[in-house]
Design a protein around this ligand. Structure first.
Ligand code: SF4
Ligand SMILES: [Zn+2]
Ligand SMILES: [Zn+2]
Length: 305
């Protein structure tokens, strides 16, 4: 197979675009897609300070690399979840990337902030680690962005993540989530920072190819709590369809975004206010993270008596 860009021998096949590229042209293709997504959805401008949440995996580190190469003002934030072994190894990869690129990395540790790790909070509140983790990560990156005066937070969600999330939301008719699912979530309150996903049209496979070509030191292992997650089942189902009909994932997501207006009426005008304890945005008197942490800490204190 020949490279679509220069006719040299191709090394990466991009089946959903019916194309193949050599290593150099694939990098150009990847950077162009990221740049296009940022511009098409007005995610941020070259002068904006962007807070990028990195996990040590191929997606967020590839995005970090791409944003640096595209000349954006990016600051990375690693959230240490306190997951035994895994968090240390994922943090090491982020630190290695930062050192290799002569850039800095901000870190915030869940255990240092609240005295408990994600698995401990999950155990004490009888929730799944993923349910606790998603909520706490969103809370922390919004807080860090506000404190650091960043106008926008970027995450490394890719096409596979977005298509799986869309499938899950449709299967369960989560109309509120469907109304809000988009690659650019504007700030709807002065204390909520805009959130963007510049990789939303790039597949997991494309992010992996970019990370390998760029020699990015990413962590290949999955979080131990990812096993059995429903999102993985949805990804597998979509991969199955994609193999039979390349391009389905992308057209599924793009078609949804095009017709998203159909769900507008479900984007309930909820009244946002500031949590009476921590000041973060919530719809209730006390935010869900403060309530969760209060339960976990009470249980922890009771067990220590
Ligand atoms: S798999 Fe679950 S616990 Fe692990 S990082 Fe992802 S959301 Fe957090
Ligand atoms: Zn080429
Ligand atoms: Zn709160």
């Amino acid at each position: 197979m020949r490279c679509k860009g220069c006719q040299a021998k191709a090394t990466v096949e991009v089946r959903h675009h019916n194309a193949a590229y050599c290593n150099d042209c694939f990098q150009d293709y990847f950077l162009k897609r990221v740049q296009h997504n940022i511009r098409a959805y007005k995610m941020f401008s070259p002068g904006d300070r962007v807070l990028l949440v990195v996990s040590g995996g191929k997606d967020s580190l590839s995005l970090w690399d791409a944003l640096i190469r595209l000349g954006y003002q990016v600051t990375a934030l690693y959230i240490d979840l306190g997951i035994e072994g895994y968090s240390q190894r994922s943090g090491d990869k982020c630190r290695e990337f930062a050192a290799k690129n002569g850039t800095s990395l901000g870190t915030i540790s869940v255990k240092e902030v609240w005295g408990l790790s994600i698995p401990e909070i999950a155990r004490k509140t009888r929730r799944t680690p993923c349910a606790v983790c998603g909520r706490i990560k969103r809370y922390l990156f919004n807080k860090c962005a506000l404190e650091g005066s960043f106008p926008v937070v970027a995450t490394g969600h890719n096409l596979d993540d977005e298509a799986a999330s869309l499938l899950g939301n449709l299967l369960h008719w989560q109309t509120g989530y469907l109304a809000r699912q988009q690659p650019n979530l504007p700030a709807t309150h002065p204390k909520l920072v805009k959130k963007v996903k510049p990789l939303y049209t790039l597949t997991e496979r494309e992010c992996l190819a970019y990370a390998l070509i760029r020699n990015i030191p990413y962590l290949a292992e999955d979080c131990p709590y990812a096993e059995g997650a429903t999102s993985i089942t949805y990804k597998e189902a979509l991969n199955h369809i994609e193999a039979a009909s390349p391009g389905t994932k992308l057209s599924f997501l793009k078609g949804f975004l095009k017709h998203k207006g159909l769900f507008r009426e479900y984007d309930g005008e909820v009244e946002l206010r500031e949590c009476s304890r921590c000041g973060q945005v919530t719809t209730e008197e006390v935010c869900s993270v403060c309530r969760l942490l209060e339960r976990a800490q009470k249980r922890s204190a009771a067990q220590q008596k």
